[in-house]
Design a protein around this ligand. Structure first.
Ligand SMILES: [Zn+2]
Length: 546
């Protein structure tokens, strides 16, 4: 029997982490992060709760499909809990190694070569197959197990003529399909998008049409891992006689690693430092930068800050936003576009030029093609919120997967696969762990609740003086607030006597116990404040013994 247990990525976009249990051993595919929304103030990243891996069968390997953050961003957290050999392709390992070094973490890294088989532990033979995605060197995985063959697509798209000439290995997938696949786990990201995702060539064609007629500087903002696009822009700028500036920590790192590994080829002398580019004619400069999602700390956002030194967006610039707006970022992106226009730049985005960006994920017709090639007994949609997973099940219905083998799993569900059959058998612990910074310590749920309360209701300090006997109150408490309106501050001033009266009504036993008394101060102050203002501030009780 083979067991499939998602610890993340089934119910959200991000946190991808899939456990396979075969013959008393485990293997984890991907360990990804997720960026939180405003509901988690001060939290930089979320990672999957890996505590399930801390007990039970041994974990033999972490296998990575590609180097996007939602697939490798939680590797440091996992390695801190459990050192385990890591497998991935050259670029994936190269980018991961850079990150681990920054964090001072060591790991044993093993290169995966598409097409080669590798034994992991006693029960599994692992094989990687090439897929096209929005960054190079991405793979899907085949697990040959005693129970049957399992295929995990990773993130993929279908593109007959990708820029790097390495299309998704459909021939191998068809071969596997012919021999019989027990279960297919397939990327659901675009399950609500009809038809086919256009090839990356269409974006290249857009750049080739636009760039020659742009008179001033060109700034291209995009995801820093879009190295196919970087390669094309480098080649195009070389042809057009524009020098290229690469900015932003993540983009500089990705370009440097890909160049060192021979995945990115940049003509000698084409790159120019930001400062040196200022002395070149505007028509001879192209700047590649991350920050197309309106991220406030990105290199592009810095270029709009008058007080930070370095490159600046200026009148006459043309900014190409080569990305789609991730749901939830609409306001930030709109703010970015306004700021760019205010700085005098012309902005070209997907609303004006639809093919200035294409997705790295297969749309419905291509998902169906994957299903029809592999023809699995059982099917599990992965990588998506519930809506995308459900839409992908519908694609599987059209592709002919039997109703009881179209399996909707959520994080923590346990799927048992025996020959020709999949069945849900229970659940394990799964969830999200908040971290203050990438690779840093955990932000526990109580701290998060405090931060939310601070953000919504402000804070009230209540200092209460106690006499020598430790149980009589010397006078009304001193109440002071932060983050309150003028009216709310007045309510505080007016409440001190009433707080005292309510505390004096407490039993002597309650008043004699500091911890209980503090709880009572919180309860009383919050109750009065809520009754008069409708808000619930964070209350900090302070007991002063005279
Ligand atoms: Zn990806």
């Amino acid at each position: 029997m083979a067991r499939v247990i998602p610890l993340g990525g089934l119910g959200e976009i991000g946190l991808n982490a899939m456990v396979f249990e075969v013959g008393g051993e485990r293997l984890l595919v991907d360990a990804g992060l997720m960026f939180p929304g405003p509901e988690a103030p001060g939290v930089e990243i979320l990672v999957p709760d890996f505590s399930y891996l801390g007990e039970g069968p041994p974990l033999r390997a972490l296998v990575l499909t590609h180097a996007h953050e939602d697939h490798i961003g939680a590797v440091p957290s996992l390695l801190r809990q459990q050192p385990v050999p890591v497998y991935g392709t050259r670029l994936t390992l190269g980018l991961l190694a850079e990150r681990l070094e920054e964090l001072g973490l060591e790991a044993s890294l093993h290169e995966l070569v598409p097409g080669e088989r590798l034994r992991i532990g006693d029960a599994v033979e692992l094989e990687a197959f090439r897929v096209t995605h929005s960054l190079p060197d991405s793979v899907g995985l085949v697990l040959h197990t005693p129970a049957g063959v399992l295929v995990h697509t990773g993130d993929f798209k279908l593109d007959d003529a990708p820029l790097d000439g390495r299309p998704t290995d459909l021939r191998r997938l068809a071969e596997l399909g012919d021999r019989g696949v027990l279960c297919l786990l397939s990327d659901s990201t675009n399950a609500e998008v009809e038809g086919e995702t256009p090839p990356e060539r269409t974006v290249a064609a857009t750049f080739e049409r636009l760039l020659p007629s742009i008179p001033g500087r060109v700034l291209v903002a995009m995801f820093s891992s879009q190295l196919h696009r970087v390669q094309h822009l480098v080649d195009l700028c070389h042809r057009l006689g524009r020098r290229v500036v690469v900015t932003g920590r993540s983009m500089l790192r990705n370009v440097e690693v890909a160049r060192r590994l021979g995945i990115l080829r940049i003509p000698e002398g084409l790159l120019v430092e930001p400062e040196a580019s200022d002395s070149l004619p505007a028509a001879r400069v192209c700047i590649l930068t991350p920050g197309a999602q309106g991220e406030p700390m990105s290199a592009l956002a810095q270029m709009l800050q008058p007080e930070t030194p370095g490159l600046r967006v200026r009148a006459g610039d043309t900014v190409l936003l080569s990305s789609r707006t991730i749901p939830g970022n609409e306001r930030a992106v709109s703010g970015l576009i306004n700021a760019l226009v205010a700085a005098g730049a012309r902005v070209v985005h997907a609303g004006i030029e639809p093919l200035i960006h294409v997705s790295g994920h297969a749309a419905r017709a291509q998902q169906q093609r994957m299903l029809e090639l592999v023809r699995p007994h059982a099917f599990v949609p992965i990588h998506g919120e519930l809506r995308q997973l459900a839409a992908h099940l519908e694609v599987a219905r059209m592709a002919g997967v039997a109703a009881d083998q179209r399996l909707l799993l959520h994080d923590g569900d346990v799927l048992d696969l025996t020959s020709g059959h999949g069945r849900l058998s229970g659940t394990v612990r799964a969830g999200r762990v908040a971290q203050g910074r990438a690779g840093g310590g955990e932000v526990d749920p109580d701290a998060l609740a405090d931060r939310r309360r601070l953000g919504q209701g402000g804070v009230v300090a209540a200092a209460l003086a106690l006499g020598k006997d430790g149980r009589t109150f010397v006078g009304p408490p001193r109440l002071s607030g932060r983050g309150l309106t003028r009216d709310e501050n007045q309510v505080l001033l007016d409440s001190a006597e009433e707080v005292l009266a309510q505390l004096e009504a407490l039993s002597p036993a309650l008043r004699a116990d500091d911890a209980l008394l503090r709880d009572e101060v919180i309860r009383v102050v919050r109750g009065i404040f809520r009754e008069r203002t409708g808000r619930r501030p964070l209350v900090l009780p302070l007991l002063l013994k005279l």
